[in-house]
Design a protein. Structure first.
Length: 569
């Protein structure tokens, strides 16, 4: 059949056929124009957010191009949420000015114009990031006029009265004498300079600061404080030091044999497959600072990070717009000082938890995503172990001795998906299992407990991921415990520890060969709700997110090295 001839006949005879053909051709032409227009439509691009760190009420400027001369239906999105119309001050093709709303969140910023979305940029909320105190030309020295007491134990509440403390704390701090390497206790003649040479400040981690205004500060005596002085440091000036005694009725703690390690690790991203512009964010954990790990220096971060210290992480971010681009390598190095902790606990002098900071107590006695202290099996076993004992130190000791007697430590770390509760029925587990179960039993027994995560350094400077614990004793502070080493975990001992009674030593003492990357679980929120996140449960830091990829990322490969030691001093 000659279809072309038949169609020609119908086309000439019927008007309806001619109209239908005309409409079809017009539709195809319009579709081609629309498709070409979409392909050629300029994509909005963000060059900079000024400033990149802000807080509710601040005015920020987004600089770039292809935003359009009027906003119309265009928008700016923070962490997956579009700003309301009242947030926009002005909108131009290369500049958007807006005021941050009260509910502003950290995360990725995107500009949307005509169904086109820009490559995201990163914004951080100022209240969640440590910001260096800027120098002020005119400052007023803080003055301590009196204190509620000149003699208290660790964890007790001290009220400081005076002037010029500032209307709010900001980056200000209250500092106490510490005693590193017996600089104070071993001095033949004490001076104010000796007492202020080594200091420990009240801790945000322990929620030590309870109230702050220009004339009054209420603060807890921090872990690691030693008899000497107390003073207020506003970042501009310091008050005169006032004599203060830290009572030792619950025992003493000392920090000695300090070592400084040069630590390095890297993260690699490769084989990226993306359906569009893709953003991958890495959250590289940083060694924590604490009384036993007092100083941290960034010696190298390559490439330059988006943020250097945010939620105890270095934030790296890469953007890919095509597949199989070259591998990206992110390397960071730190100089970390670590002290040996030696303790002499007096159990009879430990205070009641009813008198301690209840925020701290509740935070570290409740169950979390790792520590199942609310498990019926854990509660039942904890009650069986501690019996009628009421002293926190003795209860922890009973739990420690029970685990050494009943369980056997594995030198090889088990798979990530294996449950630490297996230790209760299999009687064998790795260092991670030991730390999780000890923390769970301690919390179930009413003792605040932490899991410390980091690396263990051998005599030959080899490293391995490791996990251990701390418990809080009111009047004393944090007490270190390493159940796995106490139970004989295979480890290349340093020369000074070859004759060590590990079972006795690692309940209450800690060598200077542990580097802590996280104390407790670092629960991090994603920058955008639809992002894909990755975590590594049994690594050298316990945190909820290590990698975060935008929804346009189909897949990629990553590799994280275990931190290595490049030098020790």
């Amino acid at each position: 059949m000659d279809y072309s001839g038949k169609f020609s006949y119908l086309f000439r005879k019927y008007t309806q056929v001619r109209v239908a053909c005309f409409l079809a051709v017009a539709a195809i032409a319009i579709s081609i124009v629309v498709i070409v227009g979409l392909k050629n439509k300029p994509v909005p691009e963000i060059d900079a957010i000024v400033p990149p760190v802000g807080s509710p009420g601040d005015v920020i400027v987004i600089k770039g191009k292809n935003f359009g001369e009027v906003r119309d239906m265009s928008y700016v999105e923070f962490a997956g949420s579009k700003l309301t119309a009242s947030s926009y001050i002005s909108w131009q093709d290369d500049t958007i000015k807006l005021v941050l709303p009260s509910n502003i969140q950290d995360g990725l910023v995107v500009v949307g114009v005509n169904n086109q979305r820009s490559k995201p940029a990163l914004f951080a909320n100022e209240v969640d990031i440590p910001v260096p105190v800027t120098k002020s030309i005119q400052t007023t020295k803080p003055v301590i006029s009196s204190m509620s007491s000149s003699k208290l134990g660790v964890g007790s509440l001290l009220t400081i009265y005076g002037n010029n403390f500032g209307a709010s704390r900001g980056q200000s701090k209250v500092c106490f004498t510490s005693d590193y390497d017996k600089a104070v206790s071993g001095a033949s003649f004490l001076t104010t300079s000796i007492k202020t040479a080594n200091i420990v400040c009240a801790s945000d981690f322990d929620d030590d600061y309870e109230y702050w205004n220009n004339n009054e500060i209420r603060v807890r005596v921090p872990d690691g404080a030693y008899s000497g002085v107390v003073f207020v440091d506003t970042g501009h000036e310091k008050s005169d030091a006032v004599e203060f005694t830290v009572t030792d009725s619950a025992g003493t703690k000392s920090y000695n044999a300090k070592k400084v390690y040069l630590v390095q690790y890297s993260a690699d991203i490769s084989d990226v497959v993306t359906t569009d512009i893709s953003t991958i964010t890495l959250r590289c954990p940083i060694p924590v600072t604490s009384p036993s790990q007092p100083t941290l220096e960034f010696t190298e971060i390559n490439p330059a990070p988006v943020l250097q210290n945010y939620q105890n992480c270095i934030i790296h971010q890469i953007t890919k717009n095509r597949n199989n681009m070259p591998k990206s390598v992110f390397r960071q190095s730190f100089a970390v000082s670590v002290c040996e902790i030696s303790t002499d606990v007096k159990p009879a002098g430990i205070g009641s938890y009813k008198n301690m900071n209840q925020v701290l107590y509740e935070k570290y006695t409740k169950a979390d995503s790792i520590v199942a202290s609310d498990s019926e099996k854990i509660i039942e076993l904890a009650n069986e172990i501690v019996g009628k004992e009421t002293n926190a130190y003795k209860k922890a000791q009973l739990i420690y001795n029970y685990m050494l007697e009943k369980y056997s430590v594995l030198n090889k770390v088990r798979n990530n998906d294996e449950d630490p509760l297996d230790l209760l029925k299999k009687s064998k587990g790795d260092a991670y299992d030991y730390a999780v179960i000890f923390a769970a039993l301690a919390r179930a027994a009413g003792i605040p407990a932490l899991i410390d995560s980091g690396i263990l350094i051998g005599q030959d400077l080899t490293t391995q991921a490791h996990w251990w614990n701390e418990i809080y004793l009111y009047g004393f502070g944090w007490l270190p415990i390493d159940v796995a080493l106490g139970d004989g975990l295979d480890y290349k001992l340093w020369n000074e520890k070859t004759d060590l009674d590990a079972q006795t030593y690692y309940f209450g003492n800690m060598d200077s060969h542990h580097i802590v990357f996280s104390r407790g679980y670092n629960d991090i929120k994603p920058f955008a709700q639809d992002n894909k996140t990755v975590k590594y449960p049994k690594s050298f830091a316990l945190q909820s997110i290590w990698e975060e990829a935008s929804s346009n990322t189909a897949k990629y490969s990553s590799y994280w090295s275990v931190p290595s030691i490049k030098g020790v001093y």
